[in-house]
Design a binder for this molecule. Sequence first.
Ligand code: ADP
Ligand code: MG
Length: 290
Amino acid sequence: MDSRTPSSHASRSAADQTSTQTTPTIWLENVHKTYDLGEIQVHALRGVSLEIYPGEFVAVMGASGSGKSTLMNILGCLDRPSRGKYLLDGKDVSGLTKDELAAIRSRKIGFVFQQFNLLPRTSALENVELPTIYAGIPVEERDERARDALNRVGLAERAGHYPSQLSGGQQQRVAIARALVNSPSLLLADEPTGNLDSRTSVEIMEILQGLNDEHGLTVVIVTHEPDIARYAKRAIEFRDGRLRKDVAIQDRLIAKEVLPNLPALDEEDLGPPANAASTDSNNGGAPHQE
Ligand code: ADP
Ligand code: MG
């Protein structure tokens, strides 16, 4: 039952001029999140209202501690608002139980993390298959779905590799395939390029732009790098738990066009640990895991 189409917020978002008739994928009204640590309370979100429509590609920016991950966890149904309302595809999910949220998450949302979060002793194919098990996809369909998803990120031929045999960029592509395997309508990525060198980051953005352009997937990524945000269509910025900025990207970069002008990085030559040629690594953990 998703008969509720919420009324618009007073201030229109930057990118929804043409989509006022459509049900927003994400609709937040006055969302607060307070972490209760006994002695003190941390106000991570302080009244966030936001609409994101199908087919948008949004970059979430802001300093460390400004509430970006808290927002993503709420959007991804990994956590609930302390106060305020969240409608996902027109359905109010703010009051659902953990189990109900998990069920919605597994059907509608793909999540990608900075650290890839792959199971180390499990092949790429099996990592990608995992969410199909939780979603109750019949056994005979799982393998095909996982292979399809690996194919979409250009890694079909690496299905049997373990994470330690893959470069950081390849591991993140496996993680994206895992996020896609249940055909979500919303892809959330929290600093997906945070552990990758600049060329590999653009390769990841190429995949995300492809999914957004060709498949109409709604994409929301957190990044604190302005250069990465320019691959999105819209940027929002948090400060101290509040939304401070919401703009359409004017000079959008297209990864397909940028890549040929970047120095090549021959992944075939990269045995593990596969973090050679890192140009601007912030030392956030090598892609190689045990
Ligand atoms: P960002 O992702 O922008 O760096 P976060 O959303 O992770 O910011 O954090 C926002 C604020 O909430 C910070 O002050 C952080 O310390 C706090 N915070 C985040 N998660 C928790 C938690 N699980 N328990 C307590 N405080 C938290
Ligand atoms: Mg964060």
